[in-house]
Unconditional design. Structure first.
Lengths: 265, 268
């Protein structure tokens, strides 16, 4: 008796595990199909330029304050922490370099990506999910409009273009935050600090960060649109789609960050 | 005009349409009746190409939509207007932008004329001076009428109504019935409505077809349906709890009663 029960337990586990794996593979396939549709519809008339501009405003300008605050405090805390470490071997003059490199190469794009995953990913998935469950997406189709072209293309394009811009601002205020803490709170020499910030910072550090940001923007919008499109079953379904979109896009930001970093190292 | 032959559609294990045949004559109102969950919505979504049929053919003016690729479907869909059950107005746009949506996408009119065209379409459904309102500010009946104005805006040849009177009070339901009739008379459109509201069906239909177990089991005029000899149809149109439709569900009903709450949750 006990034996059959454990076997059933194992079977049930394998069953649910297998289902999950299949679901994941199915999702990946569907996202890839959505990507292909996106690319084909991108170049067909009529142009969605007005829609793209509207989304750039929604995704970019409206995310600006929260990205700036995050970046400022990241730069500030980075200065504090590296100061405390470098002080132990009298290397505090390098704090400027550490802050600048960390922000531009890694923390600027990743934190902007995570914030946009939360803010924009949730809003895209909730909006498209609601449109799906209230048949507004079907209505688009009957009004001679392809939903991928009208809804997905503008969001993906806008997000891809706008994230690097957000990151440029995040880099700037992050470095300024570090400068502020080092110079005014910890008493670093402002000339030395500025000099060290520039000395080791290469153009390559900045542009790899911006490439990452564009890829994050693209992935976040694509994943969130997909999750909105597959929402079903009323308010609860929209909630689930939103959660999935935020979780999946934040994970994707971190995972793809590692691979891009190792590739562009 | 529209000919449906041997239409099959299944979702996983569940067979929804099982070899359905239906002819929809030009310029007439065809009403498809049937219980909840019998696949009425699936039927009209297959007709407009929102769902892909598994087998069978749907001929629109002699062209089979089930064999079409996306680009051809876009062309054929321009013949259609559809009123959705919950109206499906775009809630990020005001009433005027909703009604003008297809006009702008298809560039049917120059921008300066659009306002007037929209006002004209809204007048056809008995509304005026509401272009600036947002869908959230409208009552259910007004939403339906705006949805209808949006559906007729690009002057379709075929109108599909998904439960046009569901969720409305009896008076507003009758207003919608009158609109459906007057649109057929003034625009000469062919239409398919699906409903389980028999009062509405009798009033708007030139032809009524009953969908049961994935097939059309009877089709005829209102009078023929009212005096049907088919026990299934007569149970449905007279709205009786006892009869061949419910008899088959007795096992299910017993199961629900026995398992109580847990049975209800299974149904999700």
């Amino acid at each position: 008796m006990a034996d059959t029960r454990t076997r059933n337990g194992l079977a049930a586990f394998l069953d649910s595990f297998g289902t999950r794996v299949f679901r994941m593979i199915e999702d990946l396939g569907n996202i890839f199909v959505l990507l292909l549709q996106c690319v084909t519809w991108l170049f067909r008339p009529p142009s969605e330029i007005r829609n793209i501009v509207k989304q750039m405003e929604e995704i970019g300008i409206n995310s600006m304050p929260v990205v700036m605050v995050t970046a400022t405090f990241t730069g500030m805390v980075l200065a504090l922490q590296s100061w405390s470490g470098f002080q132990r071997f009298q290397a505090t003059s390098f704090v400027g370099s550490v802050v600048a490199l960390s922000i531009t190469r890694e923390l600027g794009p990743v934190f902007a990506g995570l914030i946009v995953s939360g803010r924009v990913g949730a809003s895209i998935a909730a909006e498209l999910g609601t449109m799906k469950v209230t048949e507004q997406i079907d209505a688009l189709v009957t009004l001679a409009t392809n939903p991928v072209k009208y809804l997905v293309v503008p969001r993906v394009v806008a997000s891809t273009l706008v994230l690097p811009v957000l990151v440029i601002f995040a880099d700037l205020v992050g470095i300024l935050g570090g400068y502020f803490v080092s110079v005014y709170l910890l008493g670093a020499n402002p000339y030395v600090y500025t000099d060290k910030t520039y000395q080791y910072l290469e153009f390559r550090d900045i542009y790899t960060g911006l490439v990452k940001a564009a890829v994050f923007g693209f992935l976040i919008a694509l994943i969130s649109c997909y999750n909105g499109f597959i929402a079903e079953g009323g308010a609860e379904g929209v909630g689930r789609a939103t959660t999935r979109a935020v979780v999946a896009s934040s994970m994707t930001v971190l995972v793809s960050d590692y691979f891009m970093t190792s590739f562009m190292f | 005009m529209i000919g449906i032959r041997g239409l099959h559609k299944r979702f996983g294990e569940k067979i929804v349409l099982d070899g359905l045949d239906l002819d929809v004559p030009r310029g007439k109102n065809t009403v498809v009746i049937g219980g909840s969950g019998t696949g009425k919505s699936v039927l009209i979504k297959c007709v407009v190409g929102l769902l892909h049929a598994d087998a069978g053919e749907i001929l629109i003016d002699g062209e089979d939509v089930t064999k079409m690729n996306e680009r051809e479907l876009v062309r054929v869909r321009r013949k259609f207007g559809m009123l959705f059950q919950g109206s499906a107005l775009f809630d990020s746009m005001n009433v005027g932008e909703n009604v003008a949506f297809a006009l702008r996408r298809l560039r049917l009119y120059p921008e300066r004329q659009i306002r007037d065209v929209v006002e004209e379409k809204l007048a056809m459904v008995g509304l005026r001076d509401i272009q600036h309102l947002m869908p959230a500010e409208l009552s259910g009946g007004m939403k339906k009428r705006v949805g209808l104005a949006r559906a007729i805006a690009s002057e379709p040849e075929i109108l599909l109504y998904d439960e046009p009177t569901t969720g409305l009070d009896p008076i507003m339901a009758d207003v919608i019935n009158d609109l459906v009739i007057s649109l057929r008379e003034s625009l000469g459109v062919t239409s398919i409505s699906i409903t389980h509201d028999m009062a509405s069906a009798y009033k708007i239909a030139d032809q009524i077809a009953m969908l049961y177990k994935g097939k059309i089991i009877e089709a005829g005029t209102s009078e023929e349906i009212r005096n049907t000899r088919n026990a299934v149809v007569s149970q449905f149109v007279e709205g009786k709890a006892e009869g061949p439709i419910t008899a088959e569900h007795e096992d299910f009903l017993r199961f629900v009663r026995r398992s109580g709450e847990s049975g209800m949750q299974e149904g999700r």
